[in-house]
Design a protein around this ligand. Structure first.
Ligand SMILES: N[C@@H]1[C@@H](O)[C@H](O)[C@@H](COP(=O)(O)O)O[C@@H]1O
Length: 261
């Protein structure tokens, strides 16, 4: 696992966008797995800026959603489908058929989950998966004690996650769905490169447990330790509880070809 400590969220977004741009130069039709929440927005903004400036062509990129609420009406502005369309697909100017996600309004949710896992495989697998992290260490919507081998499935949100996400629903927790579909941890681990961005002091404890704690289902993001190519990008605040912070700084600063991730 590579840990990169950056000054702030903007720098983290730019670094990861540079990594995505490099990938798209090597593989123009790369499948990018995207997370939602506030944290990855600087990545999408930086990538969009690069595309608009003409420094990278993303027109063949394909986008895959990480997770979705269950039961929101179609087109709800806070469904993750709407969010990814608004923050990633439309700014990059991609056609709708370059975008895939689980169907949160399917009558047979289990069948929709299995279909999504299969669709990811049929699409050649995710090349680079962007991840955020919940304050409780979740990735996607894999809440604590999710199986580290889990596949895409329905999950029940913890009270903490619903409180955290109420800000997207007029600060009204009653509007936050209880159920979600999420790529499983086993599914996420199949992506070729995992890139987790965490910013702000509120993520410091979860980051420390993810990077320096034991691999444990209690901290789902700790599963990144099992992946051969995982990059964790954190700002100074999110790095504040890392015991090995100086080592990570030194390692990155002395990386032979240190551009990119
Ligand atoms: N399902 C999403 C996660 O993918 C995201 O990482 C997390 C943190 O969001 P934020 O970046 O807003 O703190 O929120 C939700 O739970």
């Amino acid at each position: 696992m590579e840990v990169v400590i950056v000054k702030d969220a903007k720098a983290g977004g730019e670094l990861i966008a540079d990594g995505i741009a490099d990938l798209l130069r090597r593989k123009p039709d790369a499948l990018l797995g995207v997370a939602t929440g506030s944290t990855p927005i600087p990545i999408y903004d930086a990538l969009t800026a690069q595309v608009r400036a003409g420094s990278v062509d993303a027109s063949r990129a394909r986008i895959a959603q990480l997770d979705e609420y269950v039961g929101l009406p179609a087109g709800h502005p806070e469904s993750y489908r709407s969010t990814v369309l608004r923050q990633v697909v439309e700014p990059l100017g991609l056609p709708a058929d370059h975008f895939m996600g689980p169907d949160g309004s399917a009558e047979d949710v289990q069948a929709a989950c299995e279909a999504y896992d299969k669709a990811l495989v049929d699409a050649g697998g995710v090349d680079l998966q962007i991840l955020g992290i919940g304050t409780d260490g979740h990735i996607g919507f894999n809440e604590p004690c999710s199986s580290l081998a889990s596949r895409t499935r329905i999950k029940t949100l913890t009270e903490q996650t619903r409180v955290d996400n109420a800000r997207f629903f007029d600060d009204d927790i009653d509007q936050v769905p209880h159920h979600v579909i999420t790529q499983g941890i086993g599914t996420i681990l199949e992506a070729r490169h995992l890139v987790l961005l965490a910013t702000g002091e509120g993520k410091a404890e979860a980051v420390a447990q993810t990077v320096e704690g034991p691999v444990a289902a209690l901290v789902p993001a700790s599963a990144l330790q099992l992946h051969p190519h995982a990059t964790v990008v954190v700002d100074e605040a999110a790095a504040s509880k890392l015991k090995l912070a100086d080592y990570f700084r030194h390692t990155y600063a002395s990386k032979p070809s240190w551009q990119g991730i």
